[in-house]
Design a protein around this ligand. Structure first.
Ligand code: SF4
Ligand SMILES: [Zn+2]
Ligand SMILES: [Zn+2]
Length: 319
């Protein structure tokens, strides 16, 4: 069995320049030196971007969490010459959020890149740990929904039309496997690395790293001196998305290239269903919504309901 983490012998040659190779790439059946690896990485991203209706002068707002993916996405887009700005949302998750914001600040300062910062607390009124304490739902799905909605709204507010997110090949392949296993056709129909805007208040969304693996991003960050946050979110335990990624990792270790083939053969046949849907204006905030309330106001209203005393709670006769 080939290992994805094998150390190459001293005589191993880079497939491009024939210099000394230090980076094994089993899924490409190739070995690279660091310079050629960076060219490979940039080419993979550029090839992905060429499939999207984005020109090199399109201003891109990059959602940056402080993790390796979003910082690598920002770095490579900047190096490829795209005009970019970072957008960071603080989640209020104690030391993890502090370290994440520091990683973004450190990255942007050393490269003199502009960025803007908001917090879930100021935008929504409650931090993620507070929502976690008060709701029974899985926090990652609530947090994911809030981040998606707030990032979209902030993209429009900041005057951009395209939001970049750092999802990589492992994320996309894992999500695809999860949706297939659970037969979630409504998500499969929209599985695409580029989603155009379907409403004046929806930004287009693009995933320029969908052709590169998490391992390749870690190598790119190390070569480029990018220092992502070195902690994991303490609320992430038990996220089911990890299990689907692990299942693919298991197959990849035995059959290098499986993840890539699985995702790319799906995308090659995929015709995303991007028909505009009928939206109303949310009764509370005016943002587009399928029902009377948008998902953000719906969550806020659920939290408000939890604040209401239930009949029999706390009254003199309740014991
Ligand atoms: S792991 Fe879950 S709770 Fe933590 S930042 Fe990610 S989605 Fe949010
Ligand atoms: Zn080389
Ligand atoms: Zn609303």
């Amino acid at each position: 069995m080939k290992s994805n983490t094998a150390v190459l012998p001293e005589k191993a040659k880079c497939v491009r320049c024939k210099g000394r190779a230090t980076i094994p790439m089993p899924s490409h059946n190739a070995n690279f030196c660091p310079d050629c690896f960076v060219s490979f990485f940039e080419t993979a991203v550029r090839r992905g971007l060429e499939k999207f209706p984005i020109s090199p002068s399109t201003p891109l707002l990059v959602a940056v969490s402080g993790g390796k993916d979003s910082l690598a996405a920002w770095n490579v887009l900047h190096d490829l010459g795209y005009p970019t700005r970072g957008l960071h949302i603080r989640l209020g998750i104690e030391s993890f959020s502090e370290a994440s914001t520091e990683a973004v600040d450190d990255f942007a300062r050393t490269r003199s890149l502009p960025w803007v910062e908001y917090s879930v607390q100021e935008l929504f009124g409650h931090s993620i740990p507070e929502i976690h304490k008060r709701m029974r739902r899985k926090i990652c799905s609530v947090c994911g929904m809030l981040k998606r909605q707030l990032l979209n709204r902030l993209t429009i507010r900041e005057g951009f039309q395209t939001l970049v997110v750092g999802h990589n090949l492992d994320d996309e392949a894992g999500r695809l496997l999860g949706n297939i296993v659970r037969n979630r056709h409504q998500y499969l129909d929209k599985h695409s690395p580029y989603l155009p805007s379907t409403h004046p208040r929806f930004a287009a969304k693009c995933k320029p790293l969908y052709r590169v693996e998490a391992r390749e991003i870690r190598i790119y960050c190390a070569i480029k001196g990018i220092r992502p946050v070195d902690q994991s979110c303490p609320l992430s335990r038990g996220a089911t998305s990890h299990s689907f990624k692990e299942a693919l990792h298991f197959l990849e270790e035995r059959m290098p290239g499986t993840k890539r083939d699985f995702l790319f053969t799906f995308l090659a046949r995929q015709k995303p269903d991007l028909k505009p849907r009928d939206f109303h204006d949310c009764r509370e905030c005016g943002e587009p919504a399928f029902g009377e309330l948008c998902s953000v106001c719906n969550l806020r209203s659920l939290l408000r309901e939890k604040d209401q005393p239930h009949p029999g709670d706390g009254g003199p006769d309740s014991s």
